[in-house]
Design a protein around this ligand. Sequence first.
Ligand code: 5AD
Ligand code: SF4
Length: 434
Amino acid sequence: MDTRKVYIETYGCQMNIADTELLVGLLKPHGYEPTQKAEQADVILLNTCAIREHAEERVLKRLSELVRHKARKSGVLLGVTGCMAQHHREQLLDKAPYLDLILGPDAYRTLPNLLAQEETDAPLVAVRLDRDETYEDITPVRAEGIRAWVTVMRGCDKFCTFCIVPYVRGRERSVPLKPLLGQVRELAEQGYKEVVYLGQTVNAYRDGEFDFADLLRQTAKIDGIERIRFTSPHPSDISERMIETMAMLPKVSPYLHLPVQSASNRVLERMERGYTVEQYADLVGRLRRAIPGIALSTDIIAGFPGEDADDFHATRDFLERIRYDFAFMFKYSAREGTKAHKWGDTVTEDEKGRRLQAIIALQERISGEVNQAFIGQTVEVLVEGPAKRQADWLSGKNGQFKTVVFPGNGAQPGTLVSVRVATTTAHTLIGVAV
Ligand code: 5AD
Ligand code: SF4
């Protein structure tokens, strides 16, 4: 069989990065090799995100650049996969009529067949959502390194009113525990040291009587896996047993991404997040008591419909109160098909921008202060490889998922090194191996 080459560009979240590895895994047995160069590819795919308008605009612009490859050689196929394919299937064809393939997140299995079809002029479209599809039998072709991303559940049942995910990724479903643990054992044998469990609401994981806490407990028993991390948990799905489990297992990183979105109850209610500010703050208290030193990060949306100055100030004050290690912050972007879309945009783009800049600056200061507290401490770093800015330095993460850099001491990727922190920035701890 001739090998054909596939080039995939990934947009959006970790789930999409993992899905790209899955797509490569699906195509490999059919004679496709991945390539890093679009100019060498027979199949060019953009694996896309629909979470904000900006993400979609970037993809359309990129498609208009990549279309030239179709003129380079006959038979080159250009396609869009992922959330935007699912969200905007018709509009996509209007805006990019030259597309050959449009494939939603539950239709990847059809890709080899679609590619094997006789040439047709009509674009091949597969966007059926499938509430049972978990791709449990497909082995992703993973990036080399010490960290493996493992999708444990797909979809979301929460329907927060701003969010397009439940519409483009469909209902919640989990990969059964047994094949999942089998996969992780194999990863350990291949030399991976860290697994990162992925799911839109990862801690809603369930296989019969087994829940997410069970998954963590079983994973911790696998020799060779040194660290276990996961993203993104939903605050409402954090059980007491999950907290106990995290506290009890040294392999589970003392780090949690806990999206709050807003700290005004009025806004949270309209977002239909399922918790109040008080409940969320109580959860943070319980986590910090059970897991001393746990690092916390969050997501914030600025300018949700109806968010007034008081609501915004409540969120700002909450950042001061919780003192997250870091935060991802976004301007609200109305998504067609969601409940909030019907409420329009009540906050001007300018005002959203001002609110966003204000909380970004605030969080930057807080992150800097939080990191300063590490000065003089010794942290355990799982080495990943050379530091980005200085090739003779090494870089890795500590348990709290902070990037730590230090002058190279000959340590190999995948080994644990104790580093004494000398200085810090808002994003990095800098030290020397001890
Ligand atoms: N506009 C802005 N941000 C959004 N997010 C999800 N939907 C939207 C939207 N319509 C953010 C949320 C979520 C993160 C992944 O993206 O903060 O937690
Ligand atoms: Fe979107 Fe809410 Fe589901 Fe997260 S929990 S994916 S924000 S609907």
